[in-house]
Design a protein around this ligand. Sequence first.
Ligand SMILES: NC(=O)c1ccc[n+]([C@@H]2O[C@H](COP(=O)([O-])OP(=O)(O)OC[C@H]3O[C@@H](n4cnc5c(N)ncnc54)[C@H](O)[C@@H]3O)[C@@H](O)[C@H]2O)c1
Length: 396
Amino acid sequence: MKIVVVGQGYVGLPLAVAALRAGHSVIGLDNNEHRVSTLSQGISPVEDIADEDFSTYLGNGLYTATSDAAASQGADVIAVCVPTPLNSKHEPDLSALKASVSSIAQYLLRETLVIIESTVEPGTTRDFVLPLLLAGSGLEESDIDLAFSPERIDPANKKYTIANTPKLVAGLTDKAADRAVEFYSGFVNEVTRCSTLEVAETAKLLENSFRLINISFINEIAQMCDVMGVDVNEVISAASTKPYGFMPFFPSAGIGGHCIPIDPIYLSHKAKSIGAPSSFIDLAQKINDERPGYFVAQASTLLGGLGGKKVLVVGVAYKPNVSDVRESAAEALVDGLRAAGALVSWHDDLVGEWRGEKSVALSSAFDLAILVNVHDGTDLSALGAVPLINTKGGVA
Ligand SMILES: NC(=O)c1ccc[n+]([C@@H]2O[C@H](COP(=O)([O-])OP(=O)(O)OC[C@H]3O[C@@H](n4cnc5c(N)ncnc54)[C@H](O)[C@@H]3O)[C@@H](O)[C@H]2O)c1
């Protein structure tokens, strides 16, 4: 089949590679010209995909990267994997979804299956995407096969990949759902069909809200343990010996990335718009937002004030072993330390440049180092005797 994957990022490129491996031809459509040019040279912009994973397909013409939406014409399947972030008012920003769906709609032919993989709030596929497809294509609703299938990819996770992470699928019609199930069954071991689009949309947001709430909870427990002088990681290990009813979550400087801090806001936004409660999400969000400030206060206590103190933040990516800095807790931490007068530098083996600043070398020339997300292979020995705060578990 001819597959078009719109958005060639952390979600879209692995999907493109999986579809190529399943024997399809794939067009990677992306409005970022730089990304298209990088991909066309066989260079992967995401850590989970090696250049070799798609360069052979480039060579034999089975994979093409382009910014020209006209290339989507005649596709059997179009999967939309564009960002769905928050806007400046901290509300869902569907501008990339709108732009990308509108751009493909004008080339849509009858029988093309459109699948939304971007995370959206319940009702978006039916009430936002479908009208855009109808308006842009001039087709009848009965001519459009539309499905929603949330992506569950976990960047840098070596154990769970597209193939062995079960996939949820729902269709506007039974036919669309059948076609989407068939498409994913070609490269995903287990595909589960949901009865409605809204079930699948809400399930994705439940998964990520569950993580936000539990990570925020363990971060609050970590603060409790700090006051009690108890090692939170030992507490978590001890509790984890219970074989049922407990799932470990681990402390950090706060939740980052394009999913866990954002997706729950899509759910709470929906809840507020229909007059339903969302107190757990709201509280978890508050605890998460306060977490970097906790370490600013801890640093200040440790150093007897932060004015003029040289502080190094180690690992500014949102989690270990990725270079993605979106929503990283390091941002609020660095800003908070600077607001308190500290002279802050940062080091990250995978992030060379961030917010117009460059990563500095690890050395012993600091009054304090705060470990945020240390990548595998980062050698902390160059810090020598610099005092450390480890956001993953107390003062070292
Ligand atoms: N990153 C994750 O771990 C993850 C996991 C599961 C689900 N998701 C969801 O998947 C979606 C995509 O996230 P991502 O992390 O892959 O984002 P990303 O930023 O890594 O990739 C998105 C790509 O879409 C392109 N794009 C933006 N607007 C476009 C347009 N109008 N037309 C064509 N291309 C356009 C961008 O240039 C970029 O290359 C989001 O809804 C996100 O919530 C992400």
